[in-house]
Design a protein. Structure first.
Length: 180
């Protein structure tokens, strides 16, 4: 009986680790497993996949302007709206306080740009409510595609998406998708 309760508690803990407690988005460990599986499928069937990384340009400033609770409510609402704009097969993961990754199955560069535009529109339409009124945090969106000469593994795909995202100029809302 003790062993059964322990196994049930471990399973519950594993499920909790798979989801971000604030937004309900997947976590890094879930992303890594999903990426490996997706790229194996893409490789086998000769299909493309994409990863988009997006986040706030100034996470600390946003948190300071809103306060922790309001920022968490904003992120939760933003994630819900973004999920509504994605296909059922697309998956969303929270990497850090201010960065998210979307894994887009069977999506080429053109499709990744369409999704980036859609996410941009959603982020623009969801203001964050501060005590001084609504604010629109500056966002950045970057991404990468598989297959590509620099993308052979899930680590490569994440690295290239992150490089694309980080290459954007700080201080200005921008979107960019990796160009081969």
């Amino acid at each position: 009986e003790y062993r059964a309760r322990l196994e049930a508690a471990e399973e519950e803990l594993q499920q909790l680790r798979a989801l971000d407690p604030v937004t309900g988005a997947g976590t890094y460990s879930q992303l890594k497993a999903s990426l490996d599986s997706e790229l194996a499928r893409s490789r086998r069937y000769g299909r493309t996949s994409a990863a988009l990384m997006f986040g706030f340009d100034d996470d600390q400033g946003v948190r300071q302007s809103l306060g922790r609770e309001a920022c968490d409510r904003y992120l939760t609402r933003l994630v819900q709206e973004i999920r509504g704009a994605l296909r059922g097969a697309d998956r969303l993961f929270r990497m850090s306080a201010d960065e998210f990754v979307m894994l887009l199955s069977e999506t080429d560069l053109k499709g990744a740009k369409v999704v980036a535009d859609r996410i941009w529109t959603v982020c623009d339409a969801v203001p964050a409510e501060s005590s001084g009124g609504p604010i629109k945090p500056k966002m950045r969106i970057g991404g990468a595609i598989f297959p590509h000469e620099r993308v052979r593994s899930s680590e490569d795909l994440l690295r290239e998406a992150h490089k694309s995202y980080r290459a954007l100029q700080t201080g200005a809302a921008q979107k960019f998708v990796f160009e081969p």
